[in-house]
Design a protein around this ligand. Structure first.
Ligand SMILES: C[S@@+](CC[C@H](N)C(=O)[O-])C[C@H]1O[C@@H](n2cnc3c(N)ncnc32)[C@H](O)[C@@H]1O
Length: 341
């Protein structure tokens, strides 16, 4: 199939109204300024380049709205090219590889699995009665289902792994304020299960490579930790079942052993659920189950959890809540936890 020339791209693309382009540009600028700045200079530059370029904006505007995220677009560009273009070459890349980038965007998801988020789940999990049965909704590859397989460094305290693969465990550093109740030892987990619209399988090279591509360039430490966690998951094989958290939660929860504390948790997931009423329906379902509920999400996801919380220490902080009660602000990648006194 021949690739479209720049002129073809212009002529076959209906010119969208100004407003969508302006709002896409604003979204990419916000991503550059708030999310990528200080974390990935190349993503910051590319997101700004996208926001400034009509060819790129028009390409993005032809995608379904829920597929226009900067994360997904930039990962797709990287997946197709094998590396990233210079910011000044982004429009040419879109012209030359637009169809392959589009197919990648339409067939894959932003399902970054960040095992370091276990560092902020640990203080909550350690406070619940053992043994635990873990059910993670939006589990991706299930790397957050293995908190007992990793090592943690909270500065004033280290927590070793309990798993049999202890020698290979990645170390997650997490800065914790003095009020954070740090776990004193590994957890006792007797059952674990994930649920995801698109479970990723760590024994498949393609899935592993996509997860690696989702880690932002320059975040080499994160990539190293992910690689180590993926190797553990290949051996520990956490089960992630295909399903929708809005429909399949009760069915999976019913499979949990009755002699363990069932914990239903999610991190960076409910923002993908389109409407507030659907999120509330999910919350109602979780509350009706005989289970604890841990939510680690952007504060806008369940605004009622944020009531009474202090103002967030950083614009992209997540709010950690147990059974609807706010507990802490957390770094979005598990790098920090600020427990409410
Ligand atoms: C950004 S990833 C987060 C993965 C993991 N929780 C973590 O923190 O590393 C979001 C995941 O939620 C899944 N997801 C989104 N909507 C879902 C739904 N309605 N039901 C089940 N999974 C969903 C996606 O497929 C994706 O794997």
């Amino acid at each position: 199939m021949s690739l479209p020339l720049r002129s073809d791209l212009h002529s076959t693309m209906e010119t969208p109204p100004l407003e969508p382009l302006t709002s896409i540009a604003a979204r990419y600028r916000r991503f550059a300024a708030v999310e990528a700045r200080g974390r990935s200079p190349s993503y910051e530059a590319l997101a700004n380049a996208a926001a400034d370029n009509d060819v790129v904006l028009q390409f993005l505007s032809t995608l379904p709205e829920e597929r226009r995220q900067p994360n997904l677009f930039l990962a797709a560009v990287r997946w197709v090219l094998g590396n990233l273009p210079k910011a000044a070459e982004l429009d040419q890349t879109v012209v030359e590889h637009g169809e392959a980038i589009r197919q990648t965007i339409l067939t894959r998801r932003t399902q970054t699995n960040e095992p370091a988020r276990c560092a902020v789940l640990m203080p909550v999990l350690a406070g619940l009665a053992p043994p635990l049965a873990l059910l993670e909704v939006g589990a991706s590859a299930g790397l957050c289902l293995l908190p007992d397989h990793y090592s943690y460094d909270y500065g004033r305290q280290q927590v070793p792994p309990a798993g049999v693969h202890a020698g290979d465990a990645p170390l997650f550093k997490c800065s914790a304020n003095d009020d954070t109740p740090l776990p004193e030892g590994p957890l006792s987990i007797t059952w674990r299960r994930g649920l995801d619209l698109n479970p990723l399988n760590m024994s498949q090279e393609d899935d592993r490579h996509w997860l690696e591509t989702l880690v932002w360039p320059e975040q080499t430490e994160r990539l190293d930790r992910l690689t180590a966690a993926m190797a553990i998951a290949r051996r520990a094989r956490p089960t992630v079942t295909h399903g929708n958290l809005l429909q399949d939660l009760e069915r999976i929860a019913a499979e949990a052993p009755k002699n363990a504390t069932l914990v239903i948790f999610h991190t960076a997931v409910l923002s993908y659920v389109a409407t507030q009423s659907e999120r509330q329906a999910f919350a109602k379902t979780v509350r009706a189950l005989d289970a604890h509920w841990i939510s680690n999400e952007a504060p806008t996801v369940f605004p009622e959890h944020a009531t009474g919380a202090l103002s967030a220490p950083q614009p992209d902080a997540f709010l950690l809540a147990l059974d609807g009660k706010p507990l802490a602000w957390t770094g979005p990648h598990g790098q920090s936890i600020h427990w409410f006194s």
